[in-house]
Write a protein that binds this ligand. Structure first.
Ligand SMILES: [Ca+2]
Ligand SMILES: [Ca+2]
Length: 215
């Protein structure tokens, strides 16, 4: 919980201005092309640029608003699911992965199964896997009627081959899940430089700590 609080506090300002091209195809999920106030479910390669392992949900201005554009993803649509994408990398090049996470917004209409329409954070779990490292995010309960977007950033080094990026729902498997939006992978200066840029460092450290513990 302390770590989450630090993350939110440290990252609520502007993220580093990464100037490179986003290697993730439709990291904002706008290819879903939804009308405001609507949602749809996607499987397989239905959503451009991504593979859905089982049914995932995209919503537009419904139980929360997007961090970028109009559409955002929920990975516990009818049950815990996951989505993956891949991108080509240059061997030895550093890359920054950035994405935005929120616990599911409160709604007495759409979350009627929960007291006050508030879905507990334990249902909102999300993990991210990149460069063979998996990190499970903190999942604070969202008691507000809109998404509370938290940015996460981590850096990794390219292998020179296609690399995959996976997001998976890890909370209670109950068809109520967290929100995900605005995913990017951008070539950046070496990690030591990144670590001095302030914003995003804690997300970077999250990956680094996990990696060290595994050794
Ligand atoms: Ca979006
Ligand atoms: Ca859930």
């Amino acid at each position: 919980m302390i770590k989450h609080a630090l993350t939110a506090a440290a990252l609520c300002g502007a993220l580093p201005a990464f100037a490179g091209a986003n290697l993730v195809t439709d990291g904002s999920f706008e290819g879903a092309g939804l009308a405001a106030g609507s949602y749809d479910t996607f499987t397989g390669a239905d959503l451009p640029g991504w593979i859905a392992l089982s049914s995932i949900e995209v919503r537009n201005d419904l139980v929360g608003t997007a961090q970028d554009g109009g559409d955002f993803v929920e990975l516990d649509s009818t049950g815990n699911s996951a989505m993956a994408t891949s991108f080509n990398t240059v061997k030895g090049q550093a890359y920054a992965l950035t994405f935005w996470y929120s616990g599911r917004a409160a709604s007495s209409t759409y979350n009627a199964a929960f007291a006050g329409g508030i879905v507990p954070g334990s249902s909102d779990g999300l993990s991210v896997t990149v460069a063979g490292v998996t990190v499970k995010l903190a999942s604070p309960t969202n008691t507000t009627a809109d998404n509370l977007w938290i940015p996460y950033t981590a850096t990794f080094v390219g292998t020179g081959k296609s690399m995959s990026l996976l997001f998976a729902a890890t909370g209670t498997d109950d068809s109520f899940g967290s929100s995900l939006d605005n995913v990017s992978v951008i070539a950046v200066p070496e990690p030591a430089t990144m670590a001095m840029m302030g914003a995003g460092v804690l997300g970077l450290l999250g990956l680094g700590v996990r990696r060290q513990r595994r050794r």
